[in-house]
Design a protein around this ligand. Structure first.
Ligand code: AMP
Ligand code: MN
Ligand code: MN
Ligand code: MN
Length: 291
């Protein structure tokens, strides 16, 4: 049985392992296919591609930050051409705003007496220049680690709860793409996509992506819904599997591994081979990378 995990992060965004280490962990976890989906960057693709053992398949991917009515909507995208002008332009904007916003959050933390520096946050993130499509992206987990180091939170989760979660004293929102437009941009770039963890939409009234939005995304070319995700409980998984069926999208399942931040969990959820084949069938932007 082919084991397929379609959502993972490396140190190129907010995961803790290098792309090479992510591949090694994926092999150890018994996976045959892994999508590397760092936030808003394709920076990990090249390194991961250099470390594929024979028989292992890498799906070049990315988790795109979208927003709808002030709440976060995440889109995991696969096999797109990162140089497609519409998508590339939006990604530059998102990366720029990630950097500006992180710096503003550092100022707010400092104003609240948290003893951390912008330099230290940059060091933890290993952040690159936002103009570069392969730049490392900075995210709140990097800030959270600096807050923990400064002794102002017990752990990363506690740093989100106390300081930087949506609505927290040091929270600053950031630019993100309209989800329907994002689906169109990914399809224009020859890629395919799945709605990531739909029952985890930060800032949404009931914590979930509205079904009417998912429906409009499917109409725009969304092929999958990530109903199987470690943060979904059983009723949420069941509900979103049903919604995927009703809307004619395939069900994807993924670990959303962030290395030690999530407790190494590659392969904790997987995608059925038939669903994977159906999802990627229309992709033309970038081929699968095989070891
Ligand atoms: P950002 O992309 O900078 O807005 O940060 C969002 C990232 O923070 C997500 O991709 C998760 O990796 C992580 N995250 C979000 N909420 C939490 C939380 N409550 N506890 C720990 N990590 C979180
Ligand atoms: Mn993340
Ligand atoms: Mn996400
Ligand atoms: Mn993710």
């Amino acid at each position: 049985m082919t084991r397929i995990d379609l959502h993972s992060h490396s140190s190129v965004s907010d995961g803790t392992d290098t792309p090479a280490e992510v591949i090694a962990y994926a092999v150890d976890a018994g996976l045959d296919v892994l999508a590397l989906t760092d936030h808003d960057t394709v920076g990990g693709w090249a390194e991961a591609a250099r470390h594929l053992p024979a028989g292992f398949t890498l799906v070049p991917g990315m988790e795109l930050s979208c927003a709808y009515q002030g709440s976060s909507v995440h889109l995991v995208c696969y096999l797109f051409d990162p140089e497609s002008p519409g998508l590339a332009g939006e990604l530059r904007r998102v990366r720029h705003d990630r950097a500006t916003r992180a710096e503003e959050m550092v100022e707010k933390l400092q104003e609240n007496g948290v003893d951390l520096t912008w330099e230290r946050v940059l060091e933890i993130a290993g952040a690159g220049h936002p103009e570069h499509a392969d730049a490392n992206t900075i995210g709140r987990p990097h800030l959270a680690r600096a807050v923990v180091e400064a002794g102002a939170a017990k752990n990363v989760q506690d740093a989100f709860d106390r300081w930087i979660g949506s609505g927290g004293p040091a929270y600053v929102s950031r630019y993100a793409i309209d989800p329907v437009r994002a689906v169109r941009l990914v399809r224009e770039a020859g890629g395919v996509c799945s709605l990531a963890h739909p029952a985890r939409s930060e800032g949404a009234t009931n914590g979930s992506v509205p079904v009417e939005l998912a429906e409009r995304m499917v109409a725009a070319g969304l092929g999958g819904i990530e109903a199987d995700h470690p943060s979904h409980n059983r009723p949420q998984t069941k509900l979103w599997r049903g919604i995927a069926g009703d809307l004619g999208a395939v069900v994807t399942g993924s670990s959303d591994d962030h290395g030690s931040l999530t407790g190494h969990r590659l392969g904790a959820r997987t995608t059925a081979p038939e669903a994977f084949e159906e999802l990627i069938a229309p992709a033309t932007g970038t081929p699968l990378l095989k070891g």
